[in-house]
Design a protein around this ligand. Sequence first.
Ligand code: GDP
Length: 596
Amino acid sequence: MSENNQTEIILPATIIVRDLAKSIDTSPIQIIKILMANGVMANINQQIDFDTAAIVASECGYEAVLEAAEEEDLQEIGEIPHWRQMISEEDPSKLVNRPPVVTILGHVDHGKTTLLDAIRNTHVADREAGGITQHIGAYQIEAKDQKITFLDTPGHAAFTAMRARGAQGADIVILVVAANDGVMPQTKEAIAHAKAAQVPTIVALNKIDRPDANVDFTKNQLAEAGMVPDEWDGDTMVIPVSAKTGDGIDDLLEAVLLVAETNGIQANPDGTVLGTVIEAEIAKAKGVVATLLVQNGTLKLGDIIAAGTTNGHIRAMFNDRGKAIKKAGPATPVQIMGLNGVPKAGDRFQVFDNDKEARAFTLNLKNAAKIKKQSAPRATLEELFLKVQAGEEKELRLIINADVQGSLEPIINSISDLGANSEISVNILRSATGDITESDVMLATASKAIIIGFNVKVDNAAKAQAASERISIRLYSIIYRLLEDLEKALKGMLEPEMIETMVGHAEIRAVFNISKVGNIAGCRVIDGEIHRNAKVRITRDDEVVFTGELSSLKHEKDDVKEVKTGWDCGLAFKNFTEFAEGDTVECYTVHKASHF
Ligand code: GDP
């Protein structure tokens, strides 16, 4: 899932090995070696196609982009649609039930991996195949003669990354909570993710074999965290299990099938073939190997596909038992070879009629990514306000971090009150104590939420991530200011956030009283500049005594627009004469913030 930071290189549809060597500054021998490792025998004068050249280029640290000639039809090829949207557009009579796709979340050491292994070992789908379990990021099992697909990459990072890209692969979340440990921070985080993604969640209350397991206590904690068990009139199924002894696993799978049935999980096996990349890597001697989850249609050997910013033909396809297969229907995870690069987990893929379309799509996505970088912030209060006005948004999603629990509670209560009295609902996805970190920004990105910090700092990684994802972080140290802003946002009256830029400082060295004019401050500019039209603030012993504007700025006898460091000047202020020798004048400008 690492970011692709290779240098781009433009290559034609076909290229001679010698020329490729020149363009990527590598020896032809090296290129021939790479080709051989990928199963292509070529000599220095041989022509190779773009896809092959791209693989070689990638191994040499370059990202190959097809020459412009093929870019003509770009406009006509849009984005790969989201699978949910695609299915909603299919002819309803063609839709059939498909296996649900399940992901497992939960706090570290609560037993996610053990549970995934236990389910897999006891419910292998294809017994006859006799293949060896392949860890390809997803697997399919059978329970009560029905199939269930599990995403095998526990952990929020994968889930969030997929959601951040809008892929939202899973239909159902199993939240694992160890009954001896109870609800922990990552349990709450998982609940926030599942709620934000609106994915139905079943709780697996694990480790019930342990003598210190406390089922009722944990259920209580779950209820407090917003997951009220159904036996207490809530709507969360809580299934006691032991991943170690296997107890309760059948009940858990039955619960999954029940939720799947209620939610009508369907697809058209004969429809447009598309889905999501689960994981991908470059494997030794195999080239790019990617695990795909087919979400609509049936993927076939030889198909031409585009996946994220990569494309290619499906040269080989395997199931989760390592068995070579020729086709894969909806909800089937498969491992494929033949892509010309490594797509990212969460990227969408689609089958196209010909190479040109697949490549054009790939280029289109790259262009779209460039445009996205330049566009406006994704989640800001101001933007929310515009969406509210346009009737596009009915919910304000927040992530709240405060310094101590004692300040968190009143903030949450007040915000909930605000939401209750407003047409827009307020949804607090997560609240926690401590500084704002990358994980907060990830959740905000995935859920289009705004991050609010109260007496906390933003760590550097979070700042960088927020800037690149264009997430709004608003920091406050006074509760009523925070509430005031939220109230305005909810009413659609929020002023854009303003930030200050320092222009310079001057020190008042003498106070002159000039008849008719009044008090004038005789100053020396100590750093930066003083501008006639900027704002000023006067401080005395670090206390602000005046904030406002200049009424005059003189250098010697002349009115001037600005005075630079080291120069003396005479300042007069609008409606303020109580300044004194030793005060500092700070000169600054104010402008609209684009994000935090
Ligand atoms: P993960 O971090 O959530 O993937 O947790 P693991 O699956 O690695 O499990 C953490 C530890 O808990 C391991 O030592 C497991 O053997 C143990 N464990 C997992 N499930 C159970 C269970 O049902 N009962 C008991 N007694 N131990 C379990």
